[in-house]
Design a binder for this molecule. Sequence first.
Ligand code: 13P
Length: 339
Amino acid sequence: MSLRELEGIAQQLVADNRGILAADESTGTIEKRFKAIGVVATEETRRAYREMLFTTPGMEKFISGVIMYDETIRQKTHTGMPFAEWQTRLGIVPGIKVDKGTKPLAGSSTEKITEGLDGLRERLQEYHGLGARFAKWRAVITIGGDLPTQYCLHANAQALARYAALCQEAGLVPIVEPEVLMDGSHTVERCAEVTAETLKRVFDELAIHRVTLEGMLLKPNMVIAGMQCARQADVEEVARGTIRILRRQVPAAVPGIVFLSGGQSAEVATAHLNAMNALGSQPWKLSFSYGRALQAPALEIWKGQETNKEAAQKTFFQRSKCNSAACAGLYTARMEKAA
Ligand code: 13P
């Protein structure tokens, strides 16, 4: 695939106020989410849940791409159409999580390194054959005490860059996700500092690894205080603080920034994205690639019951619509009540 085609896919993923549904929970993570609503996780319940989301009528107006897990991209609708084909027919780009999760970083007490580089070239070829046109790799950075260490920032940035280079070689747009966690009692200022340093490292490594910036997307955290911090920044402060750091660290050649929600409530994640876009135009598109903030309200209603499917889809549709409005800076709290 040519670079021009990669650039086209990256642009398509952030065009027309649309964003990405992250539905790539690993088997362990989705089991945790199902437990909370009293549903037993089996291959079939996971498939049925994903089918509920992916067949939401009209979602393609707001959703440009879906990130799936290895099991999910091999699954089909109950009528027998592979999910990737279903999405492609709707004009939604199929995506795949390709990292293999985090493991303890050797020699560091509590930090993590993301695994999955071994055999990645071959796996990417297979996923391309299954219809995927973009991929995701998540690195995790923890704030606390002396953390993060330079060692952790470096190791994770390098892995992200190696992954991104392999994706572009295979014709997939890499979503580069360095997540600075919200866990902890750190201040919003500390989050800004660590996010800036993380992004600086990541873009240095992307350059060394010859990654074409026009053919990738960045998936960062927002600049936000730790969940246990006594002073929480308001929506406007988060928006301004996040944009300030991104403008300093993210080259204008990157077509889009698609945020993760990271544990923010659905409505707060929407309000933050909206406030950023309301600040005026930026060098890159600002959109969403939410997991929990898009799914949690619908999951709560679905509860594993076919009879709840329509109501759950309506709720997922509404969250997608609100986030799409936030891409234009046109979201208002009234839109929630209208639902
Ligand atoms: P959250 O929006 O729930 O943080 O999930 C996004 C994601 O893809 C994390 O890797």
